[in-house]
Design a protein around this ligand. Structure first.
Ligand code: 9MR
Length: 397
């Protein structure tokens, strides 16, 4: 009796699409899917839709809308900055978990998963670490111990609370770097050699047997020439294959998805093919930091619709290309945008010559743009046989 009652209530909630307080759908009044949130529509495919969260914005009592949209629209969250080394361990051995713990508590209250970002990266390192290495007070052996300690402490602290960890981020160079032949770049490769990548995954796995462990990078949305000397996607693919051969516990590839309307970018077929190739190795995939920025020409800044509209269209199209490709491969587990409003986006602060912006799915006043609606449409108008529910990834031992 108890069980039957629960099932009946559950069925009504499901029919209403889980909208708190919404009238249940009936045959004569079906739910209008365009009124559902991204997170509700994603669940039609078991696909988690996420956003990076700016903790200052989340805490801003003068702006409740930010919080409200994070909880309403998204089923997974990523800390935009507060899980990075400079925030977590600003002084050697002293950890500042407060801001990250707040995000985890927020996610729990809102029934959201958390992507952990990031364990090993060459940016946003604390100065005690970089200065210590450059002035020789931290030796190479000690540096390896420091890295192991950091990974172990951080992963253990969040054990059981992180769905996917970005274990290593942006380890591979770009064709515009010197030398132009792709290689392992940055602080960690320079000081420890590329073996730090396998170490990092092993240490992370030892600290949390259940989290999915990801390698995360940008400009790997599609394959190019196939030559790892200049095709970054191929380089990362070869790296992942070698890690798996060496029984390193890597579970997934995060494709960041930072695109710009001034570039050619890709089509859905190319991007879906790349995801399927990674899945062929036995890996999950995810889009982890999607945004599509535009150059803020004088015309855009002056409000000229001839300049603005094509950019909004192109931005929306690129959001859609990545989402359709993700939907097309059941191993693509989540699609996270790197901020959802132009009010809080890294883009204008980063690209100033020429200025760039308009990169997110809502404008500075939280008004949805075409990109937001196109994402919804993709989630609504897709399904079997070509779009199947997600296949959960088992963490590798
Ligand atoms: O969005 C982040 C911005 O607030 C920081 O200032 C910046 C520092 O490097 O990092 C940004 O996030 C980056 C992410 O951690 C890794 N991939 C690229 C993202 C955009 O730069």
């Amino acid at each position: 009796m108890q069980l039957k009652r629960w099932l009946t209530v559950g069925a009504v909630v499901l029919a209403a699409g889980g909208v708190a307080g919404a009238a249940p759908a009936t045959a004569s009044h079906p739910v209008d899917p365009s009124q559902q949130s991204l997170r509700q529509l994603g669940m039609r495919h078991d696909l988690y839709i996420g956003t990076a969260v700016d903790m200052a914005a989340l805490a801003d009592t003068a702006d409740p809308q930010y919080r409200e949209i994070v909880s309403r629209e998204f089923s997974t969250v990523t800390a935009e900055n507060v899980m990075k080394w400079e925030t977590l361990e600003p002084t050697r051995g002293t950890y500042n978990f407060g801001p990250a713990d707040e995000l985890i508590a927020f996610a729990k209250r809102n029934n959201q998963k958390v992507r952990g970002h990031v364990l090993v990266w060459q940016n946003q390192l604390p100065s005690w670490l970089t200065t210590g290495v450059s002035n020789g007070t931290i030796s190479k052996d000690e540096l390896r111990d420091i890295l192991r300690n950091h990974i172990t402490t951080v992963v253990k602290h969040f054990k059981g609370k992180i769905w996917q960890w970005d274990v290593v981020n942006e380890a591979v160079s770009d064709p515009w770097d010197t030398p132009s032949t792709l290689h392992y770049k940055g602080f960690w490769a320079q000081n420890l050699g590329p073996g730090y990548i396998a170490d990092a995954f092993r240490w992370a796995r030892a600290a949390d047997p259940k989290a999915l462990l990801f390698y995360n990078d940008y400009n790997i949305e599609a394959f190019g020439s196939g030559d790892p000397a200049n095709d970054k996607t191929q380089f990362v693919y070869d790296m992942a294959k070698a890690l798996l051969r060496d029984r390193v516990p890597i579970d997934g590839i995060g494709s960041q998805g930072h695109l710009g309307t001034q570039y050619g970018n890709y089509d859905t077929i190319q991007v879906a093919a790349a995801l399927k190739k990674f899945a062929g190795l036995g890996l999950a995939t995810a889009f982890t930091e999607v945004d599509v920025r535009s150059q803020m020409t004088a015309g855009v800044q002056a409000g000229d619709s001839n300049e603005i509209n094509p950019r909004l269209q192109a931005s929306a199209a690129n959001y859609s290309v990545l989402l359709q490709a993700c939907l097309a491969d059941p191993h693509c587990l989540s699609y996270t945008v790197w901020g959802f409003t132009d009010k809080h986006s890294w883009v204008p602060g980063w690209f100033s010559n020429p200025p760039e912006g308009m990169a997110t799915i809502m404008d500075e006043n939280y008004q949805p743009k075409r990109a937001y609606n196109l994402m919804k449409a993709d989630l609504i108008h897709s399904g079997p046989p070509y779009v199947q529910p997600r296949i959960p990834q088992k963490p590798r031992r």
